[in-house]
Design a protein around this ligand. Sequence first.
Ligand code: MG
Length: 396
Amino acid sequence: MATSAFPSRKRVVLLGATGSIGENTLRVIAAHPDKLELVAIAARGNWEKLAAIARTHGVRHIGIFDDTAFAAARAHPSAFPADTRIVGGLAGLVELAQLPSADIVLVAVVGTTGLEPALAALRAGKDLALASKEILVLAGQHVLAAAAASGAQILPVDSEHNAVFQCLQGHPHSSVRRITLTASGGAFRDLPVEALGAVTPADAIKHPNWSMGPKITVDSATLANKGLELIEAQCLFGLRPEQCDAVLHPQSIVHAFVEFTDGAMLAQLGPPSMTFPIQHALLHPARAPGVEPALDFRKLLSLEFRPIDETRFPMLRLARETMIAGRGAPAVYNAANEIAVAAFLAHALPFLAIPRIVEHVLAQLSTVAPADLPAILALDLEARRLARRAIENHLF
Ligand code: MG
């Protein structure tokens, strides 16, 4: 509900409130009480944390995906503000995504769970601030079609896509020659290639620049994260595979470059903190002071760019092949990678076997062309099944 003191506040639904994107989003919203109002939050299972957020921000619509956690939250109504409505499961998240009192829905839930809520938000005409990678990777064309049909906007929250979005403002699509996303190179970028075979999950989750969850941190070390981002960018910005590139940039200060047909390049720079792209997506087209200090050229700042060796980072080569294959290949790449990373984190798969599992599953499923959303989700499950079987049978 917009109050009369702040008539033009954007009303935000935050799906994935308890993760690292969620926490940064809450910082942005708390810093701009005159511009942003949190109206609904959801998470997978941490209902106590949701209750704490609800009390701090006065939120009265809560979604809890996990059944057990949903039941536990309903058994503790006094933990939440008075008159709180708590909804459960995927249907609950979909309901919050279409909340009549909302203007923009930020989707930052892990995995494929965010897909249906994201589509529901766009169909209801809500702008979508998109942080979950799987949504465009799995169902890019469906998501773009839903936005086009309702006139809602997709505002990328991932720092690289947000950077491309900012650089593209005011430029016709036909003037873009290429985009280049930067990659920090993750935890092992300076490790000799011979040492990669012995790295452990504990080594992999120490990211040099960004503080994120374990899965995405492993994806940064294999560059699967960059691979997924290239697939997303190709879809979101309507580009051909060969127009989407990546470069190693250890400082994570430049987030992306856009090269135009005349050879000019625009870049977007900022400190490596998600509060910057989150704030941009939530306030767009307005701007306001950031919650963290900007770059400061009174301090020494060097920026370095190195070409990416795809023999060292096979997940990037596989992403390129995935973009060219199109159809169901991106969903397969994503699903097989998720299973392989989970196995690595569980000490059941060596680090260097992650791309081998993905390549193995892609080889079996890359020509499948799913006709609709249920077929995409079925392909996702089949890719997971084949990846698990490959890991169990030591096909790596
Ligand atoms: Mg990123």
